[in-house]
Design a protein around this ligand. Structure first.
Ligand code: ZN
Ligand code: ZN
Length: 538
C-alpha cells in the first residue's frame, strides 16, 4: 500500500467519524496523521511493518494500531462498518433540519432509509414517530423544518476561509460566481450563494446536486435550489438567463439594505452594465453593506502589500524556521517579513526570554545573508501584562525592529482596567502595533471590553498602528472597527499572524477586512517600503 492510499483511508475515516460526531480531537489527529503520511519521504507501510510508525510526527499508539490493521489486512473494520451505516446526505439534511448526526443515523437505521428523499417520504407518511427517541414534538419540528420557506441559513455562520473554500469551490465547478456574504468578505458567513448564467437550468441543477460538496437538496425550483453540505450548511444556487446575469449577481451579493437602495435594478449581462444603467460607478462588494450610491474610494489591494509584520516560527508556536518563513514571504513577492514570536507570559506555548531573543537574532542574521535583499526583521509579539507593563525589558525591546504588543491572558477584565492596561502598553516607546485589539474569536469568544475610542486617541498621539489580524477566526480589527480607526486618523497594519508558510496566505483575508473598513493603501503601514518601517513610529 502506497502512502497516498493510506492517507486517503485515514482521511475517509476522519470524515466518517466527523459525521457521527466523534471526539473532535480524534478526528483532528487522523487528519493530521493523513497529512504527515502524504508528505512522508519513506514508505509508511514499511515503517508500520517494522514497528517504527510512531517515529512519524503525530502518530501515536492508537493510530499506529489502525495503520497496522490497514497494512496487514488491507482495510480498517470500523471504517468499513461506518461506510455501510452512515448516509452522508441524510446526515447533512438532518443537520440542516436541526438533528444531530447520531439521530440521523438512528433514523436511517430504524426506517431503513438511505437518502434525503426517502426521509421526506417517511416524514410525509407519518413514520418518523415510530423511531425510538422521536416523539411527536421532534416529529412536528422536523416536518416544519422540511417545509420551511424563505432564506436558508446555517445554524452558525461559517468562518470566511471555510466559506470561500465551499462557495468558491461550488462556483468554480459550475462556472458561476460566488455571491452572498462570501463575496462581501464578511467575517462570519451566513448567506452562501452562487449565481450561474445558463441557457439550460436543469443541466446546471443536476450538476449542482452531484457535486461532492453537496450531499442533499433541501429545496429545488426551476431556476433555484438549496443544496446542503454534510455539515448541514445550506448553499443557494441561482440560475439566470445570461442577459440578466449582472442583475442577479448584484442582487445575490449585496446586503438586503444595500440592494434595496439600488432598486429598481435594470437588467444587465454583467455588473458593470447594471451600474452604468443606474448611472453609478461600480461598487466593490466589500462596500455593499449599507445603502451607498456614491463614488467608492480607491481601496487597498493585495498588490499594495510590501511585507508581513506578524509571523511566528518554531521558536514559539510556529511550524517553520526563520529562513523557511522568510523564503516563503519572499516568494510571495514581499520585501520584508517580521518574525514576532511570543514572550513567556503567553503561557500555553513557549515564549522567548531576553536570551532567546538574542539567540534568535543570530538566526535572523544568517537568514538575511541568504535571502538578501529581502529582509527578515527582528520582531516580537510581546505580551501586555495585566498591569500594562510589557513582558520584556525595554533594553531588549530597543534592539528590535518591530514590536507587536498583545493581550493574551486576563481578557475578562472590566472595561476601565482593560483600557488602562492597553493604553499603558501603547505609551511604551518601542511598541509599533497593537495586535488583534479586540481579542475576539469569531463564534467562540466575545470581544474584550476595551474602549477603542480611547485606544485610537492614544495610538494617534504615540504613532502606534493597530492590526487587522488575518487569522480566519480573528479578523480583528473587524471592518467596522477599521473604519473607526481610520476616521480617528490611526494607521493600520494588515498582518497574517502566520504560524506556517501557508499561513502567510491569509493576507487576502486581512486586506479584504481592511477594505470593508474603507482602507486605502495610504492608511496601511505595510504598504510602505522597508525604510519606512525601519524609520520608527509614524
Ligand atoms: Zn497573539
Ligand atoms: Zn501572533
Amino acid at each position: 500500500m502506497e502512502n497516498p492510499q493510506i492517507a486517503d483511508r485515514l482521511d475517509a475515516f476522519a470524515s466518517l467519524l466527523e459525521l457521527v460526531d466523534s471526539n473532535p480531537h480524534t478526528i483532528r489527529a487522523y487528519r493530521r496523521a493523513a497529512e504527515t503520511i502524504r508528505g512522508a519521504a519513506v514508505p509508511v507501510a514499511e515503517l508500520v511493518r517494522s514497528g517504527r510508525a510512531q517515529e512519524l510526527r503525530g502518530i501515536g499508539a492508537g493510530i499506529d494500531a489502525r495503520l497496522r490493521e490497514l497494512v496487514e489486512t488491507g482495510s480498517i473494520a470500523e471504517l468499513e462498518e461506518l461506510e455501510r451505516e452512515v448516509a452522508p446526505d441524510l446526515v447533512g439534511l438532518g443537520r440542516y433540519l436541526g438533528l444531530g448526526a447520531k439521530r440521523s443515523v438512528d433514523l436511517a437505521r430504524n426506517l431503513g432509509i438511505r437518502t434525503a428523499d426517502e426521509l421526506r417520504e417517511a416524514a410525509a407518511a407519518g413514520r418518523l414517530r415510530s423511531v425510538p427517541g422521536i416523539g411527536p414534538k421532534t416529529e412536528a419540528q422536523l416536518l416544519e423544518a422540511l417545509s420551511r420557506e424563505g432564506e436558508p441559513r446555517p445554524r452558525q455562520g461559517l468562518l470566511l476561509n471555510r466559506a470561500w473554500e465551499l462557495v468558491g469551490g461550488v462556483a468554480a465547478a459550475l462556472d458561476g460566481e460566488a455571491a452572498g456574504d462570501v463575496r462581501r468578505w464578511r467575517d462570519s458567513c451566513e448567506q452562501l450563494a452562487v449565481v450561474c448564467a445558463a441557457p439550460d437550468p436543469p443541466q446546471v441543477l443536476a450538476r449542482f446536486a452531484e457535486l461532492p460538496q453537496i450531499v442533499a437538496l433541501a429545496e429545488r425550483d426551476e431556476r433555484r435550489a438549496v443544496g446542503v453540505t454534510v455539515e448541514g450548511v445550506p448553499v443557494e444556487l441561482v440560475i439566470t438567463e445570461p442577459e440578466r446575469f449582472g442583475t442577479a449577481l448584484v442582487r445575490a451579493t449585496g446586503s438586503s439594505a444595500y440592494v434595496a437602495g439600488l432598486e429598481p435594478l435594470p437588467d444587465g449581462p454583467d455588473e458593470e452594465s447594471v451600474y452604468r444603467e443606474l448611472d453609478l460607478p461600480w461598487c466593490p462588494p466589500e462596500l455593499r453593506e449599507e445603502p451607498f450610491r456614491g463614488e467608492p474610494p480607491a481601496l487597498l489591494g493585495l498588490d499594495d502589500i510590501r511585507g508581513d509584520l506578524h509571523s511566528h516560527t518554531t521558536w514559539s508556536d510556529g511550524r517553520a524556521s526563520v529562513e523557511e518563513m522568510g523564503r516563503a514571504a519572499r516568494e510571495r513577492g514581499y520585501d520584508y517579513l517580521a518574525i514576532c514570536d511570543h514572550t513567556p507570559a503567553v503561557g500555553a506555548v513557549r515564549g522567548l526570554t531576553p536570551g532567546d531573543v538574542r539567540r534568535q537574532a543570530e538566526e535572523i542574521a544568517a537568514a538575511n545573508e541568504v535571502l538578501a535583499p529581502f529582509r527578515v526583521l527582528r520582531g516580537i509579539e510581546c505580551d501586555i501584562l495585566p498591569d500594562g507593563r510589557l513582558d520584556l525589558p525595554d533594553d531588549v525591546l530597543a534592539e528590535l525592529e518591530w514590536v507587536q504588543a498583545s493581550v493574551h491572558g486576563g481578557q475578562r477584565m472590566p472595561r476601565r482596567k482593560m483600557t488602562k492596561r492597553v493604553v499603558a502598553a501603547l505609551r511604551n516607546p518601542y511598541v509599533r502595533c497593537l495586535s488583534h485589539p479586540k481579542g475576539r474569536y469569531i463564534n467562540r469568544r466575545p470581544e474584550n471590553a476595551l474602549d477603542l475610542d480611547r485606544v485610537f486617541e492614544v495610538a494617534l498621539e504615540e504613532g502606534v498602528a493597530v492590526e487587522v489580524n488575518g487569522l480566519p477566526d480573528r479578523l480583528d480589527l473587524s471592518g467596522a472597527h477599521v473604519r473607526e480607526a481610520l476616521r480617528a486618523g490611526v494607521q493600520i497594519v494588515c498582518s497574517t499572524d502566520a504560524h506556517s508558510m501557508r499561513g502567510l496566505g491569509n493576507m487576502a483575508l486581512s486586506v479584504a477586512t481592511a477594505r470593508r473598513g474603507w482602507a486605502t493603501s495610504g492608511d496601511v503601514v505595510n504598504s510602505r517600503p522597508l525604510e519606512a518601517i525601519l524609520g520608527g513610529r509614524g
